[in-house]
Design a protein around this ligand. Structure first.
Ligand code: FAD
Length: 511
């Protein structure tokens, strides 16, 4: 071979310019690695979905005539290390030219850089041709703006792409953002679309993981893996979302219910994060669909969907690359507590938490508000060490890759970055849960009680959080009202609340 081209497990982009022509001088290399199965303890479905998608992608490239070497996890000469395998292949092929796409994870960029610094390969770097923005997008942003805001970043991208813009470069409908219309509780009578689940037989991969003693957790139906593992399935899932989810996407985006597990969400994150679908394709299909169905789908729904992908998804990636590697160390609120056991078992009498965690263990999925306001909020209120929180999130969700997991978890949900991603901590008491969900109805705990028997732990823990972080948060304009309320309270009442919270924290594994 004249050139070896590496394709990482999250670079399954069939539309990449690498693949426009068949060149038999090029050897594509893909590999399953212990390095990747073991860098964190993953949910079983996450490993299965990645490996199945990789195997399918390799087969499709081979069928199209490309030369490709696929190293399986159990191949005898697999060194289980990315660069050791590359050395081995290069030696076998007597090839010194290596082509790489920029990885999206910092640890992989570092590993590749360290390796290349010590070797004589001729290296060419390529873009992954997936995102709208470059990894260093915040450099340009900060040249123009002082304050980092998702909304500003998003508007730049709306202007640049012309999505949802009129001919005078103004936002369609007159507003940039319809988030205020996106905060409805789910009415009892509203029916929820049946999620489209695939039934991929991945039992051979599951069997291999067991044979190799890969340590994973969570449930999986290995003959019926529900996640899309090919571009064809990913497109089917997108179409399903467009016809069943988009019309109510924004409206119930923040709703929490026990009546379903993915509500009106698209569940496209895995397909996009491994690059089977590009964000451009997803957005443009959604815009086309909306154009043809404007009587049924109002602008708030489509704008909400576009904002998540064009805004949030690009934004968190830009944050990640701008602030790494320091970002990973931030612990602004000095949270140190161990992750409660219920995150691994779902065993807790708090119904909101029980539901969101159990669902995560069953499906390797939770929607945004479950991640942020249920699993995340509880960890935030309890002051759980952000390293432990990150490891859980990075392992449990099928779509979890560090560039998107880290800013969302450490930043948005735990405020450990001190406000780079969010302008205030997303801390909430049972009041929020009661307003937005149906979890409180037959919960063991009472949402309207703060102290005493069966009082919802979220209430006293909320005030404990407010109290213990007074120094860090009291001047935050968005927190002022809460501090004002807390300061006005009767001292005895405050003390009772703090003691109640401390009792909960001392018994965190039996709540
Ligand atoms: P939908 O609700 O249908 O949204 C459509 C798409 O918008 C998603 O597929 C996703 O690509 C994008 N999107 C929406 N919100 C965000 C966001 N905050 N950041 C980046 N992209 C967004 N997303 C991941 O892809 N991987 C993660 O590891 C991950 N970890 C998270 C951890 C926490 C604590 C929180 C609060 C959020 C996390 N998110 C993560 C963001 C978001 O929750 C998921 O992208 C979303 O729930 C995936 O489900 P969906 O495809 O049905 O999303």
């Amino acid at each position: 071979s004249k050139e070896i081209r590496l394709i990482l497990g999250d670079q399954l982009n069939a539309s990449h310019s690498w693949f426009t022509e068949v060149d038999t001088n090029i050897l594509y290399v893909m590999m399953e690695l212990r390095q990747e199965t073991d860098y964190v303890r993953h949910h079983q479905q996450k490993i299965l979905a990645f490996f199945a998608a990789m195997r399918g992608f390799a087969e499709a490239l081979q069928n199209a005539g490309h030369r490709l070497l696929y190293i399986r996890l159990d191949d005898a000469d697999n060194q289980q290390d990315l660069v050791a395998n590359l050395d081995h292949v290069a030696q076998q092929q007597q090839c010194s030219r290596i082509a790489l796409q920029y990885p999206d994870e910092y640890r992989l960029q570092q590993q590749l850089d360290d390796w290349l610094n010590d070797s004589d390969y001729q290296v060419s770097w390529y873009d992954s041709e997936h995102f709208f923005t470059a990894r260093d997008a915040l450099k340009d942003y900060f040249a123009e703006h002082k304050q980092l805001l998702m909304e500003t970043f998003y508007r730049q991208l709306r202007r640049r792409t012309g999505y949802l813009m009129d001919e005078h470069h103004r936002p369609l409908g007159g507003d940039w953002n319809y988030d205020k219309k996106n905060r409805n509780k789910l009415p009892k009578t509203t029916s929820i679309p049946e999620p489209l689940c695939f039934a991929n037989d991945v039992s051979d991969i599951a069997e291999m993981l067991d044979r190799m003693e890969v340590d994973y957790f969570g449930e999986a139906e290995t003959k019926k893996l529900l996640w899309p593992v090919s571009r064809r399935q990913a497109k089917q899932l997108l179409n399903h979302f467009l016809s069943h989810g988009l019309a109510d996407f924004g409206r119930y985006q923040d709703a929490l219910t026990e009546r379903g597990w993915s509500l009106f969400h698209s569940r496209l994150s895995f397909a996009m994060n491994c690059k089977m679908l590009s964000p451009r394709y997803v957005i443009e299909q959604a815009l086309d669909y909306w154009q043809d169905h404007q009587e049924q789908i109002d602008i708030a729904q489509i704008e909400g969907f576009v904002r998540q992908i064009l805004g949030w998804r690009e934004f968190v990636r830009a944050v990640y690359w701008h602030y790494m590697p320091d970002y990973q160390q931030h612990n602004e609120l000095q949270a140190k507590r161990a992750l409660p056991d219920c995150y691994w078992t779902g065993n807790t009498r708090m119904k909101c938490l029980q539901h969101a965690i159990q669902q995560s263990l069953t499906y390797a999925y939770a929607h945004h508000i479950q991640r942020l306001m249920v699993c995340g909020n509880f960890a935030l209120l309890c002051g759980i060490d952000p390293d432990a929180v990150d490891n859980w999130y990075l392992g449990v969700y099928v779509d979890a890759i560090e560039w998107v997991e880290l800013p969302n978890t450490r930043g948005m949900s735990q405020f450990a970055d001190g406000g780079i991603v969010g302008t205030k901590p997303y801390a909430a008491s049972a009041n929020y849960m009661h307003k937005m969900s149906d979890h409180c109805q037959d919960c063991h705990y009472q949402h309207n009680k703060t102290v005493g028997e069966n009082a919802c732990p979220l209430n006293s823990l909320y005030w404990h959080f407010i109290d213990r972080h007074q120094a860090a948060l009291k001047d935050n304009p968005r927190m002022k009202m809460m501090y004002h309320q807390w300061q006005k309270r009767d001292p005895q009442e405050k003390q009772d609340i703090i003691e109640q919270a401390e009792q909960h924290l001392a018994n965190i594994n039996s709540l």
